[in-house]
Structures are given as structure tokens and as C-alpha cells.
Design a protein around this ligand. Structure first.
Ligand SMILES: NC(=O)c1ccc[n+]([C@@H]2O[C@H](COP(=O)([O-])OP(=O)(O)OC[C@H]3O[C@@H](n4cnc5c(N)ncnc54)[C@H](O)[C@@H]3O)[C@@H](O)[C@H]2O)c1
Length: 338
């Protein structure tokens, strides 16, 4: 009798440990996923949103994807976002990632995926930052929304050797900004300025990360971007249409970004076209576009399922090597037909 396919479980503790010990490989996996996707060696259907009519801020999203190249894995991330969790000191996002073997379709693992998701988001932001900034690795950072994605983004920027002369913080909840400042200081010894208003945070920062949970754009003053900063618009719905139209815009995937009431989607509705999008990140990596220095360069990544597959596949491989993946014996006990 042939052996049934194996199935592993990988807990968050193992995911975190493996990522910490393999940061360079994770960063490369994210870049490779973008490049494979740009070449068409991937399948990345639309995300599916489960929304609650009586709890409009909450959602659970399904992100199916397949990645080719040397990965040859398919899968789906099932990720919840419950912003109100914060009040109980519970992370907003929780997730699992199912990975499938693309040769026979069998699931091969279930991994805790909130860490994978934050990691791929932050690593891709760090990749974009160093390619979009006119003088990368230096300057003043501004963070709008000081939660888990902001924290992970800083970790990846620091891993890539950014040297900030100061970090400006703004959060609607000042306690969050204070906690974040304490972490920045104890972890990296960085100089931190907690701002009372958004305007100063924007106008005094050369690298800006939007990592809020805002559902609709609230930044409309173009003057705040007059110094042409590099902007990581990770939360997708912060920047008003007029600012988007005045900037150079890069995305991870055009079709994905221009939907679900993102700022780019609203800009498309306003103008009736997508001409304001200057390219995808891979165009920048391959130097197919010249970067503007007289306007802000904004990176708005919708967040592609192929990145979760790439990072999840690497994590599974490393977790198996280090004995941190748990085999579930006989999971597919009925896989033999006769
Ligand atoms: N693009 C992607 O690929 C991607 C991937 C993962 C998460 N995200 C997005 O990142 C965002 C942040 O996620 P998180 O897990 O860090 O959330 P979080 O709840 O941990 O932190 C969000 C913080 O933003 C603050 N905030 C909310 N609205 C604000 C506003 N208007 N101005 C200033 N501060 C504000 C909150 O007080 C909170 O401290 C979410 O919108 C999430 O959807 C994007």
C-alpha cells in the first residue's frame, strides 16, 4: 500500500522562530514571489470578503493563490480582522494558511498565519521603501497608526539597515503611540517624537507608513506632501483621491488594488481611468520607470496571496528541518481509492 500524503501543523511559536532565524531568506522569498507574479507564473484570484451587516468594522477574508517557479504550491489564507479586539489587548488579525501540493492537490500543512501575513506585508514594504526612496536607509520616519503592522514594518526596515534620525508617531489613541515609543526606544534606542496631530507627522517625515484601520480616506491636504516623501500606504484607505492623483503611484497588482473602496479605487471612480498608476513594484525593481523627486512616491499594496504562499512554503520547509512542524499521522487515512 502506498503511503498517504503527510500533513503538518505549524504553530505560531514555530512560525515566529523560523522567520526570526531566516530573515534574509524570507525577504528573498517575498521579492521572488513578486517577480514570479509579474511574469505570470502565478494564479492570484480575487480575495473573498465575509462581512457582518451588524458589525461593519469586522471581516474575514479568503485569499486563494498559486505560486509556480521553484515553489509549486497553492493554498489559501483565511484571515480575520476585528479592530475592536484591541480593547481587550487581543490582536486585530488572526489567520491560518493552508498549503497544497500543486502536483496532486493535497493539503500539506496548516500554519498559523497572522505572523506570516504581517511578515510578508512588512517585508514587501521594506523592499518598496528602499527602491522608492531617493536616498534610501536614511531620513526621518513617520508612522500613522502604531499597531502590529507598523511594529513589523519597523522590524523589517531595521533588518534592512535603515538608520532613522527620528521616528514621528501619530495614533488616534495616544496610549498606543506611547507604548510603541517605549518599544522603539528599548528595542532600537531610536529617538521618538509622539505627535499631537497628523499634519506635523506627515510634513516632518521623509518615509511615511500608513498603518491604520481607517475605512475611508481622511488625509486631503496636498501641502503636507510638498516635500515629496516616500509613502507606504499599507492600510489602503487613508489618502484622499486628490493626493493620489498628484503623486507617483506604485502597486503590487493593478487589478487587485483598484477595488474594495481603496483610495486608488476611489481615484478611479473620480477620474474614470487608471492612468494615475505609474507601475507595479517589479517595474521599479527592474528600473523600467524613472522615479519622480518632485512629488510623493506612494506604494499601495493590496496584499497578494502569492506572498503568503511564498513565505508559508519557506516557513514549512524550515520548520520541518528544525523539527518544529508537527506531523498529524493518518490525516489523509482514506486517500487510497481501493
Ligand atoms: N496591504 C496589506 O497587504 C496589508 C496586510 C496586513 C494588514 N494591512 C492593514 O494594516 C492596517 C493595520 O493593521 P494592524 O494589525 O497594525 O492593526 P492594529 O489594530 O494593531 O493597529 C492599528 C492602529 O491604527 C490606529 N488608528 C486607527 N485609525 C487611525 C487614524 N485615522 N489615524 C491614526 N491612527 C489610527 C489604531 O488606534 C491602532 O493603534 C489594517 O488596516 C490592515 O488591514 C494591510
Amino acid at each position: 500500500m502506498s503511503q498517504p500524503p503527510e500533513f503538518y501543523g505549524v504553530p505560531g511559536s514555530a512560525v515566529g522562530d523560523v522567520i526570526e532565524k531566516n530573515r534574509a531568506a524570507v525577504f528573498d522569498a517575498v521579492e521572488m514571489a513578486y517577480r514570479l507574479h509579474a511574469k505570470g507564473d502565478s494564479v492570484n484570484p480575487d480575495s473573498y470578503f465575509l462581512l457582518y451587516p451588524d458589525n461593519p468594522s469586522a471581516r474575514i477574508i479568503a485569499l486563494p493563490a498559486h505560486l509556480g517557479g521553484s515553489v509549486q504550491k497553492s493554498g489559501i489564507k483565511w484571515i480575520s480582522s476585528f479592530p475592536e479586539n484591541r480593547k481587550a489587548n487581543l490582536a486585530r488579525a488572526s489567520a491560518v494558511l493552508i498549503l497544497n501540493d500543486a502536483s496532486n492537490g493535497y493539503p500539506v500543512a496548516c500554519l498559523e498565519a497572522s505572523v506570516i501575513s504581517a511578515t510578508r506585508t512588512a517585508a514587501s514594504a521594506a523592499l518598496a521603501a528602499e527602491h522608492l526612496a531617493p536616498e534610501p536607509f536614511t531620513g526621518t520616519m513617520g508612522i500613522i497608526g502604531t499597531g502590529i503592522i507598523a511594529r513589523t514594518t519597523v522590524q523589517w526596515l531595521m533588518f534592512r539597515n535603515w538608520k532613522f534620525d527620528k521616528v514621528n508617531l501619530f495614533d488616534l489613541d495616544k496610549n498606543e503611540a506611547e507604548r510603541f515609543a517605549g518599544w522603539l526606544n528599548s528595542e532600537y534606542g531610536l529617538e521618538v517624537d509622539i505627535k499631537d496631530n497628523l499634519d506635523d507627522t506627515l510634513s516632518e517625515s521623509s518615509l511615511i507608513a500608513f498603518t491604520t484601520t481607517s475605512a475611508t480616506p481622511y488625509v486631503h491636504n496636498i501641502e503636507l506632501f510638498a516635500h515629496s516623501p516616500t509613502v507606504l500606504h499599507l492600510s489602503l484607505r487613508d489618502i484622499g483621491e486628490k493626493i493620489i492623483l498628484s503623486a507617483q503611484n506604485f502597486v503590487d497588482d493593478v487589478d487587485h488594488c483598484v477595488k474594495a473602496k481603496t483610495s486608488l479605487h476611489l481615484a478611479e471612480i473620480m477620474t474614470g481611468n487608471r492612468d494615475f498608476i505609474d507601475g507595479i513594484l517589479v517595474d521599479v525593481l527592474e528600473e523600467k520607470v524613472s522615479l519622480a523627486t518632485d512629488k510623493p512616491r506612494i506604494f499601495t499594496p493590496f496584499g497578494l496571496g502569492v506572498l503568503d504562499i511564498a513565505v508559508g512554503n519557506l516557513v514549512l520547509e524550515k520548520a520541518r528541518e528544525s523539527g518544529q512542524a508537527t506531523l498529524m499521522p493518518n490525516f489523509f487515512s482514506h486517500s487510497e481509492r481501493w
